[in-house]
Design a protein around this ligand. Structure first.
Ligand SMILES: Nc1ncnc2c1ncn2[C@@H]1O[C@H](COP(=O)(O)OP(=O)(O)OP(=O)(O)O)[C@@H](O)[C@H]1O
Ligand SMILES: [Mg+2]
Length: 319
C-alpha cells in the first residue's frame, strides 16, 4: 500500500491586511504519497505558493496540521526544524532572482552543503559539487561561471542542484518551468522526472498551467480562492472533471486537433474577495449552476469515486 509522506489537515493561512484578514489558504486538506507528485493548479492569487510555503514552514500556518512522515511539524522546535530543512526543499520559478549573482555556479551549489555541514573538507566538497552538477546536466566548464552568463534552463538546473544537495525527500516545485521557453520546459520536466525516479523524491508541483502537470502528476489538486475544489488522479481529472471551475480551467487548454475542438467555458461574474469572505462556495458568483444554497455554507471535499474528491454541493443537480 502507498505510504503518505505528507498530509495537511484543515490548513489555514490568513494574512492580516488593512481591512481584515485575507484568507490565502482556507481549510485545505490533501496528502501526497511517497515517491509521487501532487500537481497544484489554479489561477493567479488562489493560494498555491502560500500553501507550498506554509507546508515547508517558511511561513507559519494560522491553523491546521502538517504531518510529515506522520509527525506534526507545526510543533517542531528550532533544532527539529533545522533537521527538517534537509528533508524538505523548494525550487522557485525564477532561478535568477533566487540565485546570488555574485557567486559562481559551484559556490551556489556548495552553499547548502556548507550550511548543513554535509562535507568534511574541501576535497569532498569539490567532489560533491561536481557530482551534483553532473546529476542535473550542467557541464564541468560552467564550474566558475556566474548565473547571468547562463540561460534560464541552466539557471534552473542550478536551483535544482541546490535543492538536491541536502538529499531531500520532498521538494515543493513552485512554477519551476513557467519562466522558460517551451522547448526548455520539456527538458527540465524530464530531468525532474528522472531525478524523482533515481532518488525516490516526492514532489508538490505548483503551476497555473494544467498542461504542464498533466503528464508528471499522480494526483492533481485544483485550488480556487484559497480552497481546494477538486482532487483526483491526473488521468481521471482530465477525463472526468466534476467541479464547474475545473471544467472551465480544462476548457481553456488549447487542443491541437480541430476534430476534438472543445467549447471554451467563459467565466462571467464577480470574483469573490479573499478578504473576510462570507461563508459559502467561493466560486458561486461565477458558477453557471449556482443556487441560493451554494452561498449559505462552505462546501467540503467529498469522495465521489475512489480517490476523486470534489467540493461542490450541487454536483448531483449539475449531472
Ligand atoms: N505576505 C502577504 N501578505 C498579504 N497577502 C498576501 C501575502 N502573500 C500572499 N498574499 C495574498 O494571498 C493570496 C494567495 O497568494 P499566492 O501567492 O499564494 O497565490 P498563487 O496561487 O501562488 O498565485 P500566482 O499564480 O500568481 O503565483 C493572494 O491574494 C495574495 O495577494
Ligand atoms: Mg505563486
Amino acid at each position: 500500500m502507498a505510504e503518505k509522506l505528507l498530509e495537511v489537515r484543515n490548513l489555514k493561512k490568513y494574512f492580516k491586511v488593512k481591512n481584515g484578514y485575507l484568507h490565502a489558504v482556507d481549510n485545505v486538506n490533501f496528502f501526497i504519497n511517497k515517491g509521487e507528485t501532487l500537481g497544484v493548479v489554479g489561477e493567479s492569487g488562489c493560494g498555491k505558493s502560500t500553501t507550498g510555503r506554509v507546508v515547508l514552514r517558511l511561513l507559519e500556518a494560522t491553523d491546521g496540521e502538517i504531518l510529515f512522515e506522520g509527525k506534526n511539524i507545526r510543533t517542531f522546535n528550532k533544532s527539529q526544524l533545522r533537521d527538517l530543512r534537509k528533508e524538505m526543499q523548494i525550487v522557485f520559478q525564477d532561478p535568477y532572482a533566487s540565485l546570488n549573482p555574485r557567486m559562481t555556479v559551484s559556490e551556489i551549489i556548495a552553499e547548502p552543503l556548507l550550511i548543513h555541514k554535509l562535507v568534511k573538507n574541501k576535497q569532498e566538497l569539490d567532489k560533491k559539487v561536481a557530482s551534483l552538477m553532473s546529476t542535473v546536466g550542467l557541464a564541468e566548464r560552467l564550474y566558475n561561471a556566474y548565473p547571468h552568463e547562463l540561460d534560464g534552463g541552466r539557471r534552473q538546473r542550478i536551483g535544482i542542484a541546490r535543492a538536491l544537495a541536502v538529499n531531500p525527500k520532498f521538494i515543493v516545485c513552485d512554477e519551476p518551468v513557467s519562466a522558460l521557453d517551451v522547448s526548455i520546459q520539456a527538458q527540465i520536466l524530464n530531468l525532474m522526472q528522472d531525478l524523482q525516479e533515481e532518488f525516490g523524491l516526492t514532489y508538490m508541483f505548483i503551476t497555473h498551467d494544467l498542461s504542464v502537470v498533466k503528464h508528471i502528476s499522480d494526483n492533481i489538486a485544483v485550488m480556487y480562492l484559497g480552497q481546494l475544489v477538486e482532487l483526483a488522479p491526473a488521468k481521471e481529472l482530465f477525463k472526468n472533471p466534476l467541479h464547474p471551475y475545473t471544467k472551465a480551467l480544462l476548457s481553456a487548454i488549447p487542443v491541437p486537433s480541430i476534430k476534438h475542438k472543445k467549447e471554451r467555458i467563459l467565466l462571467k461574474g464577480e470574483i469573490t474577495s479573499p478578504i473576510n469572505p462570507q461563508p459559502g462556495c467561493r466560486f458561486a458568483k461565477r458558477c453557471p449552476h449556482a443556487t441560493d444554497a451554494c452561498t449559505k455554507q462552505d462546501s467540503t471535499l467529498r469522495e465521489i469515486s475512489p480517490g476523486h474528491f470534489v467540493a461542490c454541493d450541487c454536483l448531483e443537480v449539475i449531472k
